[in-house]
Design a protein around this ligand. Structure first.
Ligand code: URA
Length: 335
């Protein structure tokens, strides 16, 4: 138990560091030094500056535990036992819990549904995209409240993609960059397309933007391997240009089928291009970010792309606000 306690403090310190790196200012969270005697007795030493409790309450998921540690400096061990599961632990565990199958069975496979939708779009001559996303009568071709049930696997999708030459992007690629991560996660991130680092490694978000994405994930108490990460396009566009609408339309169905397999509670869609593609909207990211959009029962949070944050770090504050909502939504759904 003592070990658990000191590990918890270590975790919290790391989280505070991430938050500071993300641009959250004035945290002023000088956490207590912990020493564990041979009898496993915990001593909490006050740090030079008092911990700003309201800051901790605002930013650190383990606020209840810390509050007790700070205010009493004793009896904390017992408190941890009773209060730890209530917040942080649940958040971490939620990513690993298998979810109950709550979605209705559908007769058509996702592939057929996508084809059906393509046909409907063709008949409608749907060149004009909607001003606002109307998600219930687009993607899968029927009015549905939830994602279609999927009976395929991620491996089957990969096998079908094969050594893809369906769009011109295959010409310049080194590797196809498939989605990665926890296939049972409650949280999924969707980006635009791989860059040079991802193309070289065959894994999404491994470059500078990816490192920042890792910090964003860790700031809400999760780890990269807890979440599922994918892109609308799986091949790197030359010179990192935006994928064309045709290129995105060719590749996107595979991601949508993966979404139906993973069935995350929340999808964070990163940046304007990915958001417009996923949600089929013309509204820009600045207007859309910070509010959940319902997408077949999945809550989608549009937010700025980490590459944009690298160019304009002042926008980290907004992303942090969005991510707090994401964290709270996942917590709520795990209750
Ligand atoms: N940007 C993206 O949108 N996706 C990646 O995988 C890397 C950078």
């Amino acid at each position: 138990m003592s070990k658990e306690f000191s590990e918890l403090i270590k975790d919290v310190k790391e989280q505070v560091k991430y938050l500071e790196e993300l641009g959250v200012e004035n945290l002023n969270a000088n956490l207590p030094e912990i020493s564990i005697s041979q009898k496993s007795e915990i001593r909490v030493t006050k740090s030079q500056n008092e911990i700003s409790q309201d800051r901790l309450e605002k930013f650190v998921p383990t606020k209840d535990i810390l509050k007790d540690v700070i205010s009493k400096n004793k009896g904390a061990e017992e408190k941890i036992e009773s209060e730890r599961p209530k917040r942080r632990s649940r958040l971490l565990d939620s990513a690993r819990l298998s979810r109950l199958p709550s979605l209705p069975k559908r007769n058509l496979s996702n592939r057929n549904l996508q084809q059906k939708q393509d046909k409907i779009n063709e008949q409608r001559g749907e060149k004009d995209k909607m001003a606002e996303p109307k998600l219930n009568d687009t993607l899968f071709g029927d009015i549905s409240e939830t994602l279609p049930e999927s009976s395929e696997t991620i491996e089957e999708i990969r096998a079908e993609i094969g050594d893809c030459t369906r769009c011109p992007l295959h010409e310049g690629r080194t590797n196809i960059v498939h989605s990665t991560g926890n296939r049972q996660s409650d949280l999924m991130f969707v980006g635009e397309a791989p860059g040079a680092d991802e193309d070289a490694k065959g894994e999404p978000f491994v470059g500078r933007a990816g490192k920042l994405l890792n910090k964003i994930i860790e700031a809400i108490g999760m780890k990269r391997e807890d979440v599922f990460i994918g892109n609308i396009n799986r091949c790197r566009p030359p010179g990192n240009r935006q994928p064309t609408p045709e290129e995105s339309e060719t590749c996107k169905p595979y991601l949508l089928r993966e979404i139906s397999i993973v069935k995350p509670k929340v999808i964070v869609v990163l940046g304007n291009t990915a958001m417009k593609n996923l949600l089929d909207t013309k509204v820009g990211i600045t207007k859309m970010r910070g509010k959940f959009v319902d997408y077949y029962g999945v809550k989608v949070m549009p937010t700025f792309h980490p590459a944009y944050l690298l160019r304009d770090p002042r926008k980290k504050r907004e992303v942090w606000e969005d991510m707090k909502m994401v964290r709270d939504e996942i917590e709520k759904s795990a209750e």
